[in-house]
Design a protein around this ligand. Structure first.
Ligand SMILES: [Zn+2]
Length: 629
């Protein structure tokens, strides 16, 4: 098996059929796989959903040894590995979601040569246990997922990725296969040089998905955005994502949609990891849920039926936008991607650029502050540090970036979050990479933002031509016919998209505050919270003042009563039960909506989304006064 060149295309196809259940390779997969098999370094840029992972997974089965996969996506590793194991492939992952003994067990498995694939986060290379065992691991290839994170010019640079070049050397220089969804020529070059690739095979493909409508709508007033977004969501059924940089914009939209009887999920970095995971799971399993999210949402979201991706804020780079809209329509069906362009948003993004580029002096002041605290460091937290550095804006992220650099460089160990942050050595001025805090980096970021503004302006004549220009890829032959500059946007949408269903006005006559049943599910199993989104009714609010909320849900009830009656295993008296969708007041003060009911009888717990801060809280109805509204 070690003679890698002995695999003919037919033999590789056989492996593909037998182990992955796929008939044939797509696009550049075979060419890339043959290069990986032959031990050549490979950089592959393929839109998400294009089958990048096969390019290292298949060689992992054919080669004698293990492929080490580096990925930043902790949330997805388990799913990826489970899918491989279900195919009988010896894959495993190691990340911070596992406890110490389990991590050790899996790393030892890898060291004994029992695995074909091992998935790790880049942070893992700093672990003493990994370092101890890595020499024993039969690593024949290193695969790097989301490789654009390596490039300091990329839109999602991560300090831990910056180390991967030296990690590769440390591992004895195995051939590397780097994959990402988007890379300009400059980013691609940066990836190759950071990883010290030798004569790499570079394959770059852009968005060639003709089912995606690409459009930009300029707005003159910030307030217009919410109206347009709410209209779009009502006009298009199916799962969708709305991106914004500002959490307050997402919350305003959430309220507006609720007013219109449309349920939405909110996802941002201020939610706990448990809440984020729950939101993501609900979205992944739903057929109709809309998620309002910051760009923290979506890396690795592989849901094929996303019907629209709307941007309420200008993204910081065309690469980021391309990657985000690329999440729509992977099933090949018509899907809508629209950017709302408001000139003043550029100022918001400039702030974010400043906050993501701390100067070297700033980084040293963070370090000096930590050093000045000495022993007291253990009782401090990140807010103390922000106060010390006079940071006023919550979105100012510089402190976190500086702490990350200190950690990656090995100057600190532990973290504020786990109350064990400590300085373990001194920071030498020369050890920071040159690009940290450099003028060039800041200028490049601002130029990238300007590129988005120019793209929004639409001077290119066709969105796809402009994108091809940006990525230095061949343009489409003639007008694409699926962008706002080539065709009538409204006509395209009305011809292809189905409006989100709304309850009939007549139904609102029923003013009952009775509980709402799930529309689609025939089984009132409320523990299955992830499914509730599929059955979320989207109803129009009643105009009657003061009753819009209960009116909304009362109308759903009327609409759905027929289904309830036909639901054979529904309990006889559902009125005494708490139902998903119920609006409740807790202890006479906090208003919220039940998004899930867990347990039964005395063990019943309500998962309530608070109307004030949109957070989820678990409520024991036997201990709290819960009134149905
Ligand atoms: Zn076009």
């Amino acid at each position: 098996m070690t003679d890698t060149k002995s695999f003919s295309p037919e033999e590789l196809r056989k492996l593909l059929r037998e182990r992955f259940g796929l008939q044939d390779f797509q696009g550049p997969q075979l060419e890339a796989i043959q290069a990986v098999m032959a031990g050549r370094d490979v950089l592959l840029t393929l839109p998400t959903g294009g089958g990048k992972s096969l390019v290292y997974q298949l060689p992992a089965l054919a080669l004698d040894g293990m492929v080490l996969v580096v990925s930043p996506l902790i949330a997805l590793m388990k799913d990826q590995v489970d899918a491989l194991r279900a195919k009988g492939i010896a894959a495993q992952y190691v990340n911070s979601s596992l406890d110490g003994p389990e991590r050790k067990k899996r790393l030892q498995q890898a060291a004994r040569g029992e695995l074909d694939l091992l998935y790790v986060t880049p942070e893992r290379f700093r672990s003493p246990l990994f370092q101890e065992l890595e020499a024993s691991m039969p690593i024949v290839r290193v695969a790097i997922d989301e490789a654009h994170c390596i490039s300091e010019w990329g839109h999602d640079f991560r300090p831990d990725y910056w180390r991967l070049g030296s990690v590769r050397r440390r591992l004895g220089g195995p051939p590397v296969v780097a994959v990402t969804a988007t890379a300009t020529p400059a980013v691609a070059e940066d990836i190759c040089s950071s990883l010290a690739m030798q004569d790499p095979l570079v394959i770059r493909l852009g968005i060639e998905r003709e089912n995606l409508f690409l459009g930009v709508t300029e707005v003159d007033l910030a307030e217009e955005k919410v109206t347009i977004l709410a209209e779009r969501i009502a006009a298009m059924d199916g799962p969708g994502i709305v991106y914004s940089t500002l959490i307050r914009d997402l919350e305003a939209l959430h309220s507006e949609l609720r007013r219109r009887g449309i349920h939405s999920l909110v996802y941002h970095g201020k939610l706990s990891s448990v809440e984020r995971r729950r939101m993501q799971e609900r979205f992944m399993k739903s057929e109709r849920e809309v998620v309002l999210a910051t760009n923290a949402f979506g890396m690795g979201v592989d849901k094929s039926d996303i019907r629209f991706v709307l941007h309420a804020q200008v993204p910081r780079t065309i690469e980021a936008w391309t990657q985000e809209v690329g999440r729509a329509g992977r099933d090949g069906k018509p899907s809508w991607c629209e950017l709302l362009y408001f000139k003043e948003d550029l100022a918001v993004q400039q702030n974010f650029i400043n906050w993501s580029n701390p100067t070297r002096e700033y980084l040293f002041s963070v370090y000096e502050t930590l050093r000045g605290w000495g022993e007291r460091l253990q009782i401090k937290d990140v807010d103390d540090l922000r106060d010390e550095l006079l940071i006023k804006n919550r979105a100012d992220n510089r402190v976190h970036l500086c702490l990350k650099w200190l950690e990656v460089l090995g100057v600190t160990e532990g973290s504020f979050e786990t109350n064990n942050l400590e300085l373990v050595r001194e920071l030498e001025p020369g050890e920071l990479p040159d690009f940290v805090g450099s003028e060039g980096k800041m200028r490049a970021d601002l130029e990238a933002l300007l590129g988005v503004a120019q793209f929004a302006g639409g001077k290119g004549g066709c969105r796809r031509v402009a994108l091809a220009d940006h990525f230095h890829l061949p343009p489409p032959d003639g007008p694409c016919g699926t962008c706002d500059l080539c065709t009538d946007a409204m006509a395209w949408r009305t011809e292809r998209m189905i409006p989100r269903p709304l309850a009939s006005e007549a139904a609102t006559a029923n003013e009952s505050a009775a509980p709402i049943l799930e529309a689609a599910s025939s089984k009132p199993s409320f523990g299955a919270g992830v499914q509730e989104s599929e059955s979320d009714p989207h109803t129009k609010p009643k105009s009657k003042a003061g009753h819009s909320v209960s009116g909304t849900f009362a109308s759903q009830q009327a609409k759905q009563s027929a289904r309830r009656d036909s639901s054979s295993d529904a309990p006889a008296d559902t009125r005494t039960r708490w139902e998903r969708g119920d609006w409740v007041r807790i202890d006479g003060r906090h208003m919220g909506q039940i998004i899930r009911v867990e347990g039964e009888g005395r063990a019943t717990r309500l998962i309530v989304e608070s109307a004030s801060d949109l957070r989820l809280r678990k409520v024991d109805p036997r201990r709290k006064r819960v009134e149905r509204l």
